[in-house]
Design a protein around this ligand. Sequence first.
Ligand code: ZN
Ligand code: MN
Length: 144
Amino acid sequence: MMAKYKDIGIKLTPQRLAILGYLEGNKAHPSAEDIYNDLHAKYPTMSFATVYTTLATLRAKGCISELSIDPDKKRFDPNTSDHNHLICTSCKRVVDITVPFDLTLPEDSASDFMITGSHVEFFGICPECKKNNRYSREDMEKCV
Ligand code: ZN
Ligand code: MN
């Protein structure tokens, strides 16, 4: 994975390596704040700006995806392969939906666009939040 970053011209400083290591195989869809909070203890000199600009660079190079599924904060995904997402509107946990499902846009609704991709966001209440009644009527209403 690291060799791949050398190829695209990202200077691999120790702090950037720590961020890349944190992201590798990470399925939690962390935000810049999450990454900063988790790495700051081990790398006290790492600033939030470093985390933020590194994520922006990786995103611009296509090494990670940026998700808009959480209205509170941008989330990042090192898995750039085609997949969809499901968010718990109560605890904001985001999980992958990797199983393909039929998603065909009726031809006459595409305004003559050549469709090159899609990303579906599902909203719901996760099993833990459901079990512990950790959701409000408002959360439920988002589920329609
Ligand atoms: Zn939840
Ligand atoms: Mn994902």
